[in-house]
Ligand binder design. Structure first.
Ligand SMILES: Cc1ncc(COP(=O)(O)O)c(C=O)c1O
Length: 492
């Protein structure tokens, strides 16, 4: 990278312009990113975007503009009819938001069975007359449940759904599984990913496009600098879009060069530290089963489970086909009442354990697993509950969850530390939970404190550092990253 930078900033012997050089390097890294997903560049293109949400919005723009137009492109051509959008209950808010561009023609599928019935069903008139888009997450960002990868090919094979495109939101899935595009015929038409969820950095995302489905993206009306070969703006309105590649037409403005160069380094470091994504998948499947089993064993003397874990009936921890390395839960008191999720997060924070809590931008998951009817949610909003300023429990029901996510860098010790923390902090037969308020956990048991065993307290830091070479850097990195994210969330 330093060679590249010296070339870009004034190497007098370089024959290429800086931007030509940078462009070539970006394309090399684009190929590398495709290779990471086993995606053949003859069949797939990769568009660099800011994050998974930006990838989803790019699809929205193209479908909205296609539906607003007559003329070429799209599988069904009806002037001004908009598009139809179906999405799965487990979708992240960023995927749900696509419905806003449909003029009300959308449907939320409340179960897998509903999706599969819809694929086989005779399309409604609205669906027949429009281009349709079906969006779903590869993995729920709330429960970690993994959804069937077979839907894109089922839709493609269905004679009734020839005007339907598929959008797989792989933002959560790609972090701990091998996203394999080896079989072009079964691949989704469009896939969104966030690289920082896989590698920790850089702040960059991508839209992976199956080239044979890419024509509809050319229907997007907006053009930005970099996506056009000529624009006339005086006395005439004319422009010519670039026709070299899909990514050339979709990457508006200056590319995030530094982030793209950093992606190359991120792939290298990730492979050196953690091996292949298949290794990571096996590692995280093992750890998440251990965590699930550990949490399930924690019970009050009354028999009430300490943790109410929100798990789909079809998913099994330890089976990477159905369940990712995320556990959503709430902590219960002996009488079954709920401990506020931010209380659990704050207490864990004070003891060096990083959890996330709240509604998690997963409206369908929260409504389903926590059993909130729409009118109850509206009433909660009217009573002052907000994602950013939550009322944790209303009418005895939690409004959110605590979520533990495991990744390539997680260890058995991390998992055991979380179980130990919950046991000590919230089980009456361990120690009174009041004693833990204010970050007293480490002081109560200096030999086995959570912060210590995670290597996050000053005292414990040197031990794992000596034992495992790279760990302090990774832990420091995570610690800083989490602090920045929390500060950003607090400010939002
Ligand atoms: C499943 C899923 N989709 C989309 C997103 C949004 O990703 P980003 O914030 O990178 O746009 C997330 C973020 O956590 C996610 O988990």
């Amino acid at each position: 990278m330093s060679d590249l930078i010296s070339n870009l900033y004034g190497n007098p012997h370089s024959e290429s312009t800086p931007s030509a050089l940078a462009g070539r390097r970006v394309d090399e890294i684009r190929q590398r990113a495709l290779q990471f997903f086993n995606a053949d560049p003859d069949h797939f293109d990769l568009v660099f975007v800011a994050n998974a949400t930006a990838a989803i919005k790019l699809i929205l723009e193209a479908f909205r503009d296609d539906g607003a137009d007559s003329g070429i492109g799209g599988k069904v051509k009806k002037k001004g009819r908009g598009f139809w959008y179906g999405y799965h209950r487990d979708a992240h808010s960023s995927l749900v938001g696509v419905r806003q561009a449909t003029n009300g023609l959308h449907r939320c599928f409340e179960s897998d069975a509903e999706v599969e019935e819809w694929i086989q069903a005779v399309p409604t008139r609205e669906e027949k007359e429009r281009t349709c888009l079906f969006g779903y997450p590869g993995q729920s960002n709330m429960t970690g449940r993994r959804l069937p990868p077979s839907w894109p090919s089922m839709i493609r094979q269905s004679q009734k759904r020839q005007n339907t495109y598929t959008l797989l939101d792989a933002a959560a899935l790609a972090a701990s599984t091998f996203l394999d595009f080896g079989n072009e015929v079964n691949a989704p038409d469009f896939t969104s990913v966030s690289f920082y969820k896989i590698f920790g950095y850089p702040d960059l995302g991508a839209l992976i496009v199956r080239k044979s489905s890419g024509a509809i993206l050319q229907r997007r009306r907006y053009f930005g600098g970099g996506t056009v070969d000529m624009v006339i703006s005086i006395k005439n309105n004319w422009h010519a879009k670039k026709n070299s590649s899909l990514h050339d037409q979709l990457e508006d403005g200056t590319l995030p060069f530094h982030s793209i160069f950093a992606l190359d380094a991120a792939i290298d470091v990730h492979q050196q530290l953690f091996g292949s994504m298949k290794d990571i998948s096996a590692h995280t499947a093992f750890l998440s089963k251990r965590l699930y089993d550990g949490l399930s064993q924690l019970k009050h003397l009354t028999g009430t489970p300490l943790c109410h874990v929100y798990k789909d009936a079809s998913a099994a921890y330890g089976d990477p086909a159905t369940q990712g390395a995320t556990i959503a839960f709430n902590v219960q008191r002996p009488d079954g009442t709920i401990v506020g999720y931010t209380t659990v997060e704050r207490l864990a924070d004070q003891n060096g354990i990083y959890l996330r809590s709240g509604g998690l931008c997963n409206p369908g998951g929260i409504a389903t697993y926590l059993e909130w009817a729409p009118w109850e949610m509206k009433a909660a909003y009217a009573a002052g509950h907000r994602c950013s300023r939550p009322t944790e429990v209303m009418h005895g029901k939690p409004t959110g969850v605590v979520r533990a996510s495991l990744g390539a860098m997680s260890t058995i010790r991390d998992v055991d530390a979380l179980v130990t923390f919950l046991r000590k902090a919230f089980l009456a037969d361990a120690v009174s939970s009041d004693a833990y308020m204010g970050g007293q956990l480490a002081a109560l048991d200096s030999d086995t404190s959570v912060a210590d065993s995670l290597g996050l307290s000053d005292k414990g830091h040197s031990r794992p550092a000596r034992a495992q070479g790279w760990k302090p850097q990774i832990r420091n990195f995570i610690r800083k990253h989490v602090a920045i994210k929390k500060a950003a969330r607090a400010g939002a």
